[in-house]
Design a protein around this ligand. Structure first.
Ligand code: 5GP
Length: 186
């Protein structure tokens, strides 16, 4: 198991830093890398597809996965909904010798590192605080109250970057993705 774990890479970082964009870029350009599909209790946004974007679950279904020990990690994110990584697909992909990328929050990253110490954890940092705020506003998917909540979480998350194996600044998606892939492959 130890040998396989080094292919598990956790990508975390504050809201709107571009984790999703970087993760998508990596799997599109590197077919040997699998992106884990998380489970969540939040409702789908327009355009999101169940089983592709997330597994959209009820609270009871999410509880069931936890109770049957099928979650590698889980957390309440932005003080609201639960998100978690189903364990089985990750283990199956690692057993096949594939690299697996988890795009999760910081609480989840801590849990993965504890359970699978060989996992490599990467903190994706914004070029600056102002740029992070600009990206969040530009995304336009959150109302002002949600935005304020996410920025509060972002402050706490930025303070935790020292806990990660690597910090990569997301100033340019392709460059940042290449840096992450190098870590998976090394
Ligand atoms: P969103 O609701 O915008 O899709 O995601 C909100 C946050 O949940 C993001 O910061 C994302 O990294 C985090 N997240 C997504 N999937 C997981 C997961 O499986 N576990 C944990 N701990 N966080 C996740």
């Amino acid at each position: 198991m130890t040998e396989l774990n080094h292919k598990l890479l956790v990508l975390a970082g504050p809201t709107a830093v571009g984790k999703g964009t970087v993760a998508k870029y990596i799997v599109e350009h590197n077919p040997q890398v699998s992106l884990s599909v998380s489970a969540t209790t939040r409702a789908p946004r327009p355009g999101e597809v169940d089983g592709v974007s997330y597994f959209f679950l009820t609270d009871a279904e999410f509880d069931e996965l936890i109770e049957s020990n099928q979650m590698l990690e889980f957390a309440v994110v932005h003080g609201k909904h639960r998100y978690g990584t189903p364990k089985q697909p990750v283990e199956a992909a690692l057993a096949e010798g594939r690299a697996v990328l988890l795009e999760i929050d910081i609480q989840g990253a801590r849990q993965v590192k504890e359970r699978m110490p060989q996992a490599t954890t990467v903190f994706l940092a914004p070029p600056s605080w102002d740029e992070l705020v600009r990206r969040l506003e530009g995304r336009g998917t959150e109302n002002p109250a949600e935005m304020a909540l996410r920025l509060e979480t972002a402050k706490v998350e930025l303070a935790a970057q020292g806990e990660f194996d690597h910090v990569i600044v997301n100033d340019e998606v392709a460059k940042c993705a290449a840096a992450v892939v190098e870590l998976i492959m090394s």
